[in-house]
Design a protein around this ligand. Structure first.
Ligand SMILES: C[S@@+](CC[C@H](N)C(=O)[O-])C[C@H]1O[C@@H](n2cnc3c(N)ncnc32)[C@H](O)[C@@H]1O
Length: 454
């Protein structure tokens, strides 16, 4: 235990190396988007697709760093009567975040320099949504940190957490261990970075971290997150990772339910990772947490977990809810209707849609042509089903439902499709076609999706 409500070495790191490093001037070039800071995704995962963000929405970004999530949320809430609070213990990080907000002329953010552990006593009130990306695994106790967040959550609110994944970071932990043993005591932070960099540059290709360098390189390279990234990834004084059972235990320790995963949702299904019918039949009999735990080890490369938590289970939107509509997002934001129009259904025919992060393979069938043509946020799913039935009477309804589900799961897993209350898109939640969103080219993967309206 320390006498401070934060870890001194961790604070020192983020005062010297605000993370992620950002140049406020870039705000005139691009808006960095992410799933946990997207009201579209938050609405889907936390509020059944039914939240109206126009008035009274209260949001906290806990451990907001240099402002990525805060800036994106503030842009989406710019014209709404909402409250957005940024909190971080690092003054240097807050200065970068505030400078970014100034470039964008965003005046709807309350800035707080404090520890998450102090939240219950800060008098900030309760929040509908708390976004906490990459922070709890750097606290002395993630469990106590989560309890502090839960203490300022509204009864029907929700929390997003991104924490490190145990199996996907094995090479990182080996490199951390190597550097701990290698670096002499008494070095400054900058000297440590320099010596670490020199060693890494000369390591053989057989080294586990070097083998994965294409995955981690942007995090530590000068063109990526540079020295701040290297320190954060390889020299951090407090770095804890979680496997799926650990996520459930973390949630339970604060009296919360793990409601859904927000990133690579389909990879938490073990059926995706084996073709063997005996294994698949057996896996299908297991309970959900066990299936997800096995899936994580089967795929082996989950570098992080993105989870939505709430006091009630199962808060996400459902395709079985007749009042919700499909709404394309991310790289499909403006493309779904065009894809539908160009589609020529034929047995085995496929189309592709891709950006720098993903490639989607689209089966060109009579049903998918209609479904892609209705990802408008306006047509209730019940009406969509009816239209398919009328247009394709020979296809049994259960086959239509099956294909609709397949399309939904495929696109939702990569952040390209969400469910919203029919008719609320562009009203109770923003019209993303009007926000100019560009990802930082070549930067490290940060759960960023592109929804370029430019
Ligand atoms: C890896 S950075 C993530 C920043 C930001 N959430 C993002 O993903 O862009 C971790 C941040 O958590 C902050 N932090 C760590 N411990 C904290 C604590 N006890 N209270 C408040 N902030 C904390 C650090 O200052 C740092 O800005």
């Amino acid at each position: 235990m320390t006498d401070k409500p934060y870890l001194v070495d961790v604070k020192r790191q983020y005062e010297s190396f605000p993370y992620p490093p950002r140049d406020p001037a870039d705000e005139s070039q691009r808006l960095i988007a992410s799933i946990p800071a997207s009201l579209m995704a938050v609405n889907h995962h936390c509020f059944g697709g039914k939240k109206d963000f126009r008035s009274g929405f209260r949001c906290l970004v806990a451990g907001g760093g240099t402002g990525d999530s805060t800036i994106f949320l503030a842009e989406q809430l710019r014209d709404y009567d909402a409250e957005l609070v940024y909190l971080d213990m690092s003054d240097a990080s807050r200065q970068v975040a505030e400078a970014r907000a100034r470039v964008r002329n965003l005046t709807n953010i309350t800035w707080v320099t404090a520890s998450i552990m102090d939240l219950p006593g800060l008098g900030l009130g309760e929040f509908d949504y708390i976004e906490c990306t990459g922070v709890l695994h750097h606290l002395e106790s993630a469990e106590e940190g989560l309890r502090a967040l839960n203490a300022v959550l509204k009864v029907d609110g929700a929390i997003f957490l991104m924490v490190y994944g145990k199996y996907g970071r094995r090479a990182v932990y080996e490199m951390q261990s190597l550097l701990r043993n290698y670096l002499p005591a008494g070095l400054s932070m900058h000297e440590k970075v320099q010596m670490a960099r020199q060693l890494i540059e000369t390591l053989p290709k057989s080294n586990s971290f070097i083998r994965e360098l294409d995955m981690w390189g942007a995090e530590i390279s000068a063109a990526g997150f540079g020295d701040a990234g290297l320190y954060d990834l390889l020299l951090h004084s407090q770095d804890r990772s979680f496997d799926v059972p650990g996520l459930y235990a973390l949630a339970e320790s604060a009296g919360l339910h793990l409601s859904s995963f927000g990133w690579r949702t389909d990879d938490y299904d073990p059926l995706k990772h084996t073709n063997d019918s005996t294994a698949r039949n057996y896996l299908a009999t297991l309970d959900l947490p066990r299936r997800q735990a096995l899936a994580e080890v089967m795929i082996g490369n989950m570098r992080k977990h993105e989870i939505f938590l709430a006091r009630q289970p199962d808060r996400g939107a459902k395709l079985t809810d007749d009042n919700v509509a499909l709404r394309s997002y991310g790289m499909l934001l403006k493309n779904a209707a065009k894809i539908a129009a160009a589609m020529v259904p034929a047995p085995g025919a496929v189309a592709y849609c891709s950006d720098k992060n993903f490639k989607i393979t689209i089966a060109c069938t009579p049903v998918s042509k209609i479904v892609y043509g209705h990802m408008d946020g306006a047509t209730p799913v019940s009406v969509l089903r009816e239209r398919i039935r009328m247009a394709l009477p020979a296809i049994p309804p259960e086959m239509v439902d099956q294909e609709l589900e397949q399309i939904y799961h495929q696109l939702h897993a990569c952040g390209c499709l969400y469910l919203v209350r029919a008719g609320s898109y562009g009203v109770g939640i923003p019209d993303y076609g009007k926000l100019v969103i560009r990802c930082r080219p070549g930067g490290p993967e940060r759960g960023v999706h592109s929804a370029d309206a430019g």
